[in-house]
Design a protein around this ligand. Structure first.
Ligand code: HEM
Length: 172
């Protein structure tokens, strides 16, 4: 099914441009959010863990405010743009489409997963990260591993969301 079939050839040129702009912004915010988490889990985290505990603690302290604020802001922007892109600028304009079409269900799953990832980061991963510097200073180097392990749950959510994005691209 082409979810946009009803729009083509009916003077929706402006809508097309808005869709392009919103998709552009949405994908940029999304790759920042998802890519930042991948980078933290597989590059930054292991690199910092290879340093002496005092250095790990200093880096953790320096990152404690900036990382959550930027990550959550970018995540919220991604979700808001995804909502607009799917509803006002997309086909999910009724409960029937949301629950009764493959596209609507996929969009709904992406939304729930993304809110879950944002909530998990806000209430679980980042608060533990806040306490990480203090724990590292007392020699508890395993704390970094715990944060990275909790981050893997976020990554599972991101892979689910990413799959939804590809499915929607094909109208599913
Ligand atoms: C980590 C989070 C996300 C990433 C990395 C991401 C990435 C992307 C990408 C790359 C596309 C373009 C797909 C293509 O045209 O081939 C896209 C499209 C889209 N995204 Fe997301 N997205 C994310 C979260 C969300 C969420 C939470 C929603 C819903 C609330 C959403 C709704 C949409 C919609 C409706 C489209 C247009 C699909 C279409 O009809 O072709 N996205 N996203």
């Amino acid at each position: 099914m082409d979810p946009y079939a009803k729009w083509w050839g009916r003077g929706w040129d402006n809508l097309l441009w808005l869709q392009i702009v919103f998709t552009w912004l949405h994908v940029l915010a999304g790759i920042f959010w998802f890519g930042g988490t991948l980078f933290a889990a597989f590059v930054l985290g292991p690199t910092v863990m290879s340093l002496p505990p005092q250095m790990q603690a200093a880096i953790s302290r320096a990152a404690a405010t900036r990382v959550p604020v930027i990550t959550e802001t970018v995540g919220a922007i991604t979700i808001l743009l995804g909502i607009v892109r799917g509803t006002l600028l997309g086909p999910v304009q009724s409960m029937g489409v949301l629950f009764g079409t493959p596209y609507g269900i996929t969009w709904g799953i992406a939304l729930v997963l993304a809110l879950g990832v944002l909530g998990w980061a806000h209430f679980v991963t980042f608060p533990l990260g806040d306490r990480m510097a203090a724990a590292l200073e007392t020699g508890d180097t395993a704390v970094m591993q715990r944060v990275l392990a909790l981050g893997l749950i976020e990554l599972a959510g991101f892979f689910g969301i990413f799959t939804c994005m590809i499915l929607m691209r094909f109208g599913l």
